[in-house]
Design a protein around this ligand. Structure first.
Ligand code: ACM
Length: 264
């Protein structure tokens, strides 16, 4: 399959500009799966619910989600994109998973990072997998990377590929090797679409570390972006190769698990 990841620096609060930027960056990109960063609709750094509530949207009829769905249908790609979700009075840091047949689902970020806790509800969707053209795709968002349970839950649910929309502020020298480990320990392909640039609110500046990457199920980096560029990276990967969890005649990383010994 062909996989693509967008690395961009969204404009804070600039939904229309952010849609236009994604559209122009991905023009001509042909992929089976396209992953777009966390909160790509609105930008990242909000410390008050009231500042984000007017920009957040429902996945059914929000402007950004309609755009993502039209990309998926019009170009025959699965598109996974981070957005700020409004559900009644509640805000979630979510990802839309849009399929080429017009169907869609939402993952709500389970593990909230830093001042996200002032704004969002902790996600309640759990870790689900969708299937398109025989490929199973699971989604987690950014800080979920620090929890091996997130990638493991997706792999146990059958994911061949984990889409990982992100706004990472940790050094890539820290999260990069960890994502290679997540790929290796689960034998899954991982697509981290990170953002670049910086945002400042109330005198506090967050800098995002870019270096988006596509990692094979053997933990090999297949494609990588630089720290600061707005770009699209692409790679070919074999999703079916992830299904055989053995790595020699005696060891299979799923069959060898001892869950009965893992209880705290
Ligand atoms: C993060 O979860 N955006 C660091």
């Amino acid at each position: 399959m062909n996989i693509a990841a967008v690395q961009t620096a969204p404009i804070h609060g600039g939904i229309e500009e952010n849609i236009e930027r994604i559209a122009s960056l991905t023009e001509g990109v042909r992929a089976d799966l396209l992953v777009i960063p966390e909160l790509a609709s609105t930008g990242y750094f909000f410390t008050e619910r009231s500042a984000l509530a007017g920009l957040a949207e429902s996945p059914e009829d929000g402007r950004f989600c309609r755009f993502i769905r039209s990309m998926a249908v019009g170009r025959g790609m699965v598109v996974v994109a981070g957005f700020a979700e409004l559900a009644g009075e509640k805000l979630y840091n979510s990802a839309l998973i849009a399929l080429p047949d017009g169907s869609w689902s939402v993952y709500r970020k389970a593990h909230l990072f830093y001042k996200e806790k002032l704004v969002f509800e902790p996600g309640d969707s759990g870790f689900g997998v969708v299937e398109w053209n025989g490929v199973r795709i699971g989604t987690m968002i950014c800080y979920d990377w620090r929890f091996p349970e997130a990638a493991r839950a997706l792999a146990l649910a059958g994911a061949d590929v984990i889409a990982h929309p992100s706004n990472l502020v940790a050094a890539a020298s820290l999260w990069g090797p960890t994502m290679r480990t997540r790929a290796l320990e689960n034998k899954v392909i991982i697509v981290t679409a990170n953002r670049c640039g910086a945002e400042e609110i109330g005198g506090e500046k967050l800098s995002f570390t870019g270096e988006s990457r596509i990692i094979s199920h053997n933990s090999t980096p297949l494609a990588m972006a630089g720290p600061d560029e707005e770009t699209v990276i692409t790679a070919e990967a074999d999703p079916l190769a992830t299904r055989n969890k053995a790595f020699n005649a005696y060891n299979d990383i799923f069959a060898d698990r001892r869950p009965e010994l893992y209880r705290a």
